[in-house]
Design a protein around this ligand. Structure first.
Ligand code: ZN
Length: 207
């Protein structure tokens, strides 16, 4: 019996919370059925809006872009590491990761479920310590997702993971509902040369 799919994606609208380094979604209607016979909207979205992927070139000059990665990197079995709620500013260390680390990893903290829209969502999220990033790199992990706005507050983990060619997914949600493993897909639009892109991420828990 297959489990129902879980949506790991934040909705996209003008009110999607955004990091102060980036900007709010701009969504405006430019055609209506009354005037044009069809309805359509202009979407102006940061490549790091909402649930999104960081490609290596987000931090590493001329490194891989969102359209450079095989679908088999983005789609498949994800190990889900359930960290649990540890409050604002929690640090996720190397010892919080399991002894065997998979190729695709989600880090579940519950932060987006409990703090999205709060003043400290972007300023005090749980983050990875550099030692945890190094363990992921040593394990050959190719993609790491977290249910908070970022994997670090000082760029060290971004540089370590992206420098090793490991993709990062941020602002995921509902990871706490997945148990310890899921079949998942994290799909950016194939933006040519893109440093990042909003994604649709969905997962089917493996029980
Ligand atoms: Zn990003």
């Amino acid at each position: 019996v297959s489990e129902p799919y879980v949506d790991l994606t934040l909705p996209i609208w003008e009110g999607t919370p955004f990091h102060p380094n980036h900007f709010a979604a701009e969504i405006s209607q430019y055609a209506s059925i009354d005037r044009n016979g069809f309805e359509a909207r202009r979407l102006v979205l940061s490549s790091h809006l909402g649930t999104h992927i960081d490609a290596p070139r987000h931090y590493i000059p001329d490194a891989g872009s969102v359209d450079d990665f095989a679908l088999d990197t983005l789609i498949g079995t994800y190990q889900v590491v359930q960290i649990g709620e540890r409050g604002p500013g929690a640090k996720i260390g190397a010892d919080d990761l399991p002894s065997e680390i998979a190729t695709r990893v989600f880090i579940a903290t519950g932060w987006s479920e409990s703090h999205l829209g709060d003043p400290d969502y972007f300023t005090a999220p749980p983050v990875l310590e550099l030692a945890a990033a190094r363990r992921l790199n040593e394990s050959g992990t190719r993609i790491v997702g977290i249910d908070g706005p970022t994997v670090d507050l000082d760029d060290t983990v971004h540089n370590a993971l992206l420098g090793a060619g490991c993709l990062i997914v941020e602002n995921l949600t509902n990871l706490t509902k997945l148990g310890s493993a899921a079949h998942a897909m994290v799909l950016p639009l194939p933006v040519r040369g893109g440093d990042g892109c909003p994604v649709r991420a969905i997962a089917q828990p493996i029980r």
